[in-house]
Design a protein around this ligand. Structure first.
Ligand SMILES: [Zn+2]
Length: 384
């Protein structure tokens, strides 16, 4: 059993700058802990490369207008002259051709801008391209049999829409990787399991009508982006293939375990995916600074372990893991390592870096599971 960590050094420039919750130093912090914990284990290999996604590859989900605008905005050296007309920005006239703030706001939300300058951070578009290609290469590695499990570092930018970037996400590598796997390898069914603390609104939108993707999204209710209600179950031919599991704050290891056993395993067995793509980093940890869920490091390991068992049982072990989120630098690396170790079936000894404060409130997980199963029951024999 071999797990390959894919990495393009360019992704370290995926950084929204001082004062922003998403900084690029997360990757160095992860690499340090990886060296200390897993690097010397023969079941792991680190694969560096310098490839980036092309416009055509980004076009598997994003519009060319959006790609052009983001590229121009991220290349511009400064945008003091915010009166630059939109056409000049789009067609690259003049030495400082950054799109005006006004025209840029049509394409990106404020939380995707540097908080100090109000601009898209320089070079971030390039870094986002590198992340997309990294996730696509993870698919290649797994489907070409070069590895059993592949981890795409920096991947899981699940909030990006076809022509709008939000929630720290520029290009949606989850959507592109899945579409790429379908197109290049002819896969008919892929399970996307989103365990990030936030609902994956971009991914959800992309596959809402698509019965080839079973999209299961476990997230905290009542926080950004506000979507991911139990009642959102897909549309048209995709009805029943979107499954949202919104958790109350404080939900932790025990709640996640029940969700796997009572919802994810039965649905996945009936769906019979050819590939599993899981995404989400450390933000469901109890000490995350932006969210209120309750996973411990042992819980992250358990998630990795469940995904490994699921893929071993259903799709000859084929699994791609996309990891980038996390908003407490003290717990981020440990949670990422735990996910990867669990995915690989390797024990790691990590101590919780911060003490646990009691959970906010009882999680009422039985009610949530009951509701989810009731709403999607018409589409799934296993729940009948
Ligand atoms: Zn998140």
């Amino acid at each position: 059993m071999l797990t390959t960590i894919l990495f393009n050094p360019e992704i370290e420039h995926y950084d929204f700058g001082p004062g922003h919750a998403f900084r690029g130093e997360r990757f160095a912090s992860f690499r340090r802990m990886y060296q200390e914990t897993l690097a010397h284990n023969p079941h792991f290999q680190w694969a560096s490369h310098d490839e980036s996604a092309t416009d055509e590859e980004l076009g598997l989900w994003h519009t060319q207008d959006y790609i052009n605008m983001l590229r121009a905005a991220s290349l511009a050296e400064d945008d003091e002259d915010s009166s630059v007309p939109e056409f000049a920005a789009l067609f690259g006239c003049g030495p400082k051709t950054g799109p005006s703030r006004q025209s840029l706001s049509v394409y990106v939300s404020r939380d995707n801008l540097n908080p100090l300058t109000g601009r898209l951070p320089e070079g971030i578009e390039n870094a986002a391209r590198a992340i997309v290609k990294n996730s696509m290469l993870a698919v290649d590695y797994v489907l070409q049999g070069k590895t059993d499990k592949a981890v795409g570092l920096g991947g899981g930018l699940h909030h990006a829409k076809a022509n709008y970037g939000e929630g720290f996400c520029i290009y949606n590598d989850v959507v592109i990787a899945a579409r790429y796997a379908m197109k290049a390898y002819g896969l008919e069914r892929i399970l996307i399991l989103d365990t990030d603390a936030h609902a994956g609104n971009g991914t959800c939108e992309a596959f809402y009508n698509d019965p080839g993707i079973l999209f299961i999204d476990v997230h905290q209710t009542g926080i950004y982006p506000g979507t991911g209600l139990i009642e959102e179950t897909g549309a048209g031919k995709g009805k029943g293939f979107t499954v949202n599991i919104p958790l109350k704050s404080g939900s932790g290891d025990a709640e996640y375990e029940r969700i796997f056993d009572e919802i994810i395993f039965p649905l996945a067995r009936e769906f019979r995916p050819r590939l599993i793509i899981r995404n989400g980093g450390s933000d469901p940890h109890f000490a995350d600074n932006l969210t209120g869920l309750g996973l411990t490091l042992a819980g992250f390991w358990m998630i990795g372990d469940k995904v490994r068992r699921l893929s071993d049982e259903l799709c000859r072990g084929k699994c791609v893991d996309l990891i980038c989120s996390g908003y407490n630098p003290d717990v981020l690396a440990g949670a990422w390592i735990s996910l990867i170790a669990g995915l690989s079936g390797i024990k790691v000894e990590l101590k919780e870096p911060v003490p646990r404060i009691a959970a906010d409130e009882p999680a009422e997980i039985a009610d949530i599971i009951y509701e989810v199963r009731k709403v999607i029951k018409p589409y799934w024999k296993c729940l009948g």
